[in-house]
Ligand binder design. Sequence first.
Ligand SMILES: [Mg+2]
Length: 385
Amino acid sequence: MKIVAIEPYVLSDTLDNSFYFSQWHYSSRTICIVKIVSDTGHIGWGEGYGPASIIHAGIQHLSQYVIGQNPLETETIWETLYRRTMDFSRSGVLMSAISAIDVALWDLKGKILDMPVYQLLGGPKREYITPYATGLYFSDDMVDMGRALADEAAMYVDQGYRAIKMKVGIGVKRDIENVKQVRAAIGDDVALMIDANHAYSLREAKQLAREVEQYNISWFEEPISPEYYDQYRELRESTTIPIAGGECEYLRFGFQRLLQAQSIDIAQPDICATGGLTEAKRISTLTSARGVEIVPHTWGTGIAIAAASHFVLNLDPVPGRLVAADHLMEYDRTENKLRDQLTQSDARFEDGRLYITDAPGLGISVDADCVERHRIEVSSATIIS
Ligand SMILES: [Mg+2]
């Protein structure tokens, strides 16, 4: 059995309504996905998180080490890709290219063996996942920002979500007012998280944490630059709010640095960037040895969501209780036609919970028409995700 084809695609869609967060505006969504085909006629799909055109080039470069290999040997292929690139790229977008290939290989392996990926990873540890709504970004046409965010948050509660994450990082004073209004809108029973996308200094982050502790915040995500491991620890020690981070971190070696510095309470690897499912599984072993919970970062199409779902279904519970508590998973609710139209899945969202079926691989099928509709040439150097 061998791999006979690997083909990356860059897909893009212009948003009807642009939005922004503490760092930049989004006016389009652009993503690199990859299709891998075996000589048995099976197809696996993967996705990379990050600048799509560079990931596309990375996959094209790496394809020479994938073609002809046994598609069941996911770890062997991962090791080859890693060792062929580690001299130049132990983190960053080339690792996203490896991640995309790895996710596609797990999907392919599941399709060949007629088994869901969570089964290949070792089996489910829970019956369902609790997706949390990621939204509450900002837009230029918000007349009353606090009101608009509160209304959006109330909509997620009406849709059944039991946890919501909102953006902060646009000024401490404004953040405090926004958090106050959102908490008032969703009541006390819905979990609320905040995410600054590393917009703040340690001093600002401490101030915001101190002021919003009263609103029962489940975690404060990326408060400060991911480079400042020790400052994360200092912030942790100064607040009762758990500190989350890791979406800019790569491989078990990167997470080892975060853990050694005692920077975080919750680790957030992105499976489509940190090294794929193969490496995310290793990272979960590392974090469980430290008693740190994992809630993966997820931002992309149904391929990335499916990969995160299967990973979370298999995650060991931390703390180590026999009956696993509800486990959260990020569920981006911002405008994204690629997420909504690219894949079909049997997974069902019901009463705030996500149930995964035993469909083979990642349990998704990819709509070829959608790929063709949104496919763009990658010669432009300006393509970003
Ligand atoms: Mg984040």
